[in-house]
Design a protein around this ligand. Structure first.
Ligand SMILES: [Zn+2]
Length: 260
């Protein structure tokens, strides 16, 4: 299924399926799809966001699509996000992918990790929440690669989806840990654009829902969905579970003075 076929189907499915409409649709507003021009490489990655205390987040690409993501202060690079990646990994844009053979279309312009090629694909950045998309992908690089063989039985398919849900939560937990570390080490508050942690959790919930609805569509196409299947998906990608296997509370939160 190409993006062109998938996106309208996804849209219609979400509209019909979102069970708690207000809450789910609100959270899904944090899921961004890349612009066509970014996928094709006519719009290059060039995103800049200035934080209140003078730190500037800058993401740019070079002519071959190699991406540099920095946090600067007074025009000097302070943190290079590449230092959070395992050895040999690089950030790349769709321009880089265009020169590679065999990259599936749906990867272009989206955030992803390719473990074999040691690539972290950078999506179309248009909003400060994109910073967390990068941290989330960095979080994925810390997990071993999911096996690619097809799940053939219903039980194997469920196991695979359950692993996906765990991997997504784990990547978010690592993203939050990195963001907290930056606040601790440099005083950079990446969370400042959110009113509180509840607001930030909507980003996480939105992306989990994005995975849930995508998996539901694939499952529906492959073998149809029973009521039990739908309940399985709902439980698995529920926001409430995040706090259970999430990063836990910080000292400030316990003291009631901070929210992230
Ligand atoms: Zn993910």
């Amino acid at each position: 299924m190409s993006d062109k076929e998938f996106l309208p189907q996804y849209d219609a499915y979400v509209r019909e399926r979102a069970s708690d409409r207000e809450r789910e649709i609100d959270a899904l507003s944090y899921v961004f799809f890349p612009r066509k021009e970014y996928i094709e490489g006519s719009i290059k990655l060039n995103y800049r966001h200035e934080f209140k205390n003078g730190y500037v987040f800058i993401a740019t690409e070079n002519e071959v699509g190699g991406v540099t993501i920095l946090i600067e202060r007074d025009g000097k690079p302070l943190v290079d996000l590449r230092t959070f990646l395992p050895n040999g990994y690089v950030f790349v844009s769709p321009t880089f992918l265009a020169a590679l053979e065999g990259v599936p279309e749906e990867f272009k312009g989206n955030y992803f990790v390719n473990y074999d090629l040691r690539l972290v694909g950078i999506g179309d950045m248009r909003d400060p929440t994109a910073i967390f998309s990068v941290l989330h992908e960095i979080g994925h690089t810390a997990s071993p690669q999911e096996e690619t063989e097809e799940a053939r039985t219903p039980a194997a398919r469920k196991d695979k989806i359950a692993r996906l849900s765990r991997r997504e939560r784990a990547a978010w937990a690592r993203a939050i840990k990195i963001a907290r570390g930056m606040r601790h080490d440099y005083g950079i508050d990446l969370f400042e654009n959110f009113d509180d942690f509840e607001e930030f959790k909507k980003v996480i919930y939105g992306t989990l829902l994005g995975h849930r609805f995508t998996e539901e569509i694939f499952a529906k196409e492959a073998h149809g969905l029973t009521k039990e299947d739908l309940k399985f998906f709902e439980d698995l990608f529920d926001k409430g579970k995040f706090s259970k296997d999430g990063p836990g509370k910080t000292t400030e939160q316990r003291a009631g003075s901070g929210n992230m």
